[in-house]
Write a protein that binds this ligand. Structure first.
Ligand SMILES: Nc1nc2c(c(=O)[nH]1)N[C@H]1C(S)=C(S)[C@@H](COP(=O)(O)OP(=O)(O)OC[C@H]3O[C@@H](n4cnc5c(N)ncnc54)[C@H](O)[C@@H]3O)O[C@H]1N2
Ligand code: MOO
Length: 389
């Protein structure tokens, strides 16, 4: 058994950032920006009115001042002339502020009679957005960055129609086991429903991978060989189950027959001990334990950083700390990733830590991390955790 950090290093060594592809802006949300993008225009490109009102010279603005309205400036249609002394231009939000004007009096502060306006209330600010006030030529959106909706809007405003992003990692997910059927099918008396593939697909897609769910492989060598064949072309093949030491745990054997260069097998963690990793031809291979919570915890602890590496993102340390709300007895030789509830007051481990209990995992919002051989802890002591979701 190797420590978690060593296993993670091995897994990260199996992958590199994927190549860059160019996608239309409308398809770039959630993708990872691969190259810095630079604005080649100012926004706004001209001083623009922030309100509907009248554009005048700031020096002339005072209570009861009167102006003659000489024209109109609307968004998309500026006023071509110049605003002189005692003159105003009717202006609307988003319109270019005409030459000679340096202040927009909002229409609520004005009384208009024909072409004459009088300022009736003391105006506040100038209501002008300066040219380049949002961004200027040369401003950079720095890579790497997962593009959020606001980033997409910013890139659109910068007139960037095509975006360089990392290719999505192609991940083949394979559940193994005679006991498994797909959700919606009718299980036999000794069967259960495959859940891990669905949970892991959701987890991986949420962080930017493209996931292929392979058909469930039965617990025999021909079925497993056939399933590995279907994973052809994937960047990463993830198997679930069949990883332990039982007579029907054949994943490692078959993978090795097919050329797996195993970098490690078994990690000092709970749940997740029978984890394996290696390289199969051009693909990375990660064998997850079958217990549903083990597979999901390994998804958070190992698969997510591997996907981040393929997307060129920093491998962020998501470990935080919080006060413990209940005492804990000493820990064994494996790091324990305990399902836990984080609240504003602190963190409480869930009472039942059996690695088969998806209902407990679904009720948890954090994994409380206990190092190997951690001594007993009192309530109030600070412990580390990984947030979930
Ligand atoms: N003698 C020993 N037995 C076990 C050990 C050990 O060290 N010595 N390790 C235990 C630990 S820890 C784990 S974790 C499990 C992992 O076993 P496998 O990876 O071989 O998983 P399976 O035996 O195939 O399945 C375990 C469990 O999970 C269910 N399962 C499997 N795949 C799915 C799926 N896709 N969706 C839902 N549920 C799934 C399966 O039905 C079993 O109940 O081994 C311990 N044993
Ligand atoms: O490591 Mo197993 O994953 O403890 O249940």
């Amino acid at each position: 058994m190797i420590p978690v950090s060593e296993a993670l290093d091995h897994l990260l060594d199996l992958v590199t950032p994927l190549e860059v592809e160019h996608v239309p802006l409308a398809e770039a949300a959630g993708r990872v920006l691969a190259e810095d993008l630079t604005a080649n225009r100012d926004q706004p490109p001209f001083a623009a009115s922030a309100m509907d009102g009248y554009a005048v010279n700031k020096a002339e603005v005072e209570l009861h001042a009167m102006f003659k309205v000489i024209g109109e400036a609307a968004a998309g249609h500026g006023f071509p002339g110049r605003v002189g002394a005692g003159q105003a231009v009717r202006i609307f939000t988003g319109a270019p502020v005409p030459e000679g004007a340096s202040f927009v009096v909002i229409q609520e502060d004005v009384d208009r009679k024909g072409n004459l306006i009088t300022i009736m209330d003391q105006p506040g600010g100038d209501n002008i957005r300066p040219a380049g006030g949002d961004f200027k030529i040369g401003d950079v959106v720095a890579a790497p960055k997962r593009l959020a909706p606001a980033d997409i809007a910013l890139l659109a405003a910068m007139n960037i129609a095509t975006v360089p992003v990392r290719r999505k990692p192609d991940i083949a997910l394979m559940s193994t086991g005679d006991e498994l059927v797909m959700p919606g099918e009718t299980p036999g008396p000794d069967q259960i429903i495959a859940s891990n593939t669905f949970g892991l697909k959701a987890l991986l897609e949420e962080i930017g991978a493209s996931v292929r769910m392979l058909p469930i492989a039965r617990d025999d060598k021909p079925a497993l060989r056939a399933a590995f064949g279907l994973a052809d072309g994937a960047d990463l093949v993830v198997t679930i189950g069949g990883a332990s030491v039982g007579d029907h745990d054949l994943v490692g054997h078959v993978a090795q027959e097919l050329g797996l260069e195993q970098s490690f097998y078994k990690v000092a963690m709970r749940p997740g001990k029978p984890l394996m990793g290696g390289r199969m031809g051009d693909a990375a291979m990660i064998g997850l334990p079958g217990n549903p919570v083990s597979a999901m915890v390994c998804g958070h602890v190992f698969l997510a950083p591997v996907v981040h590496r393929m997307l060129g993102l920093p491998i962020a340390a998501t470990v935080k700390s919080a006060p413990l709300l209940e005492p804990l007895s000493d820990n064994g030789p494996r790091a324990h990733y305990m399902r836990a509830i984080l609240s504003p007051e602190g963190i409480t481990p869930c009472p039942n830590q059996d690695s088969a209990l998806l209902s407990v995992l679904a009720s948890a919002n954090a994994l409380l991390i206990r190092p190997p051989h951690d001594t007993a802890r009192d309530a109030g002591e600070t412990v580390e955790y990984m947030p979930l979701g």
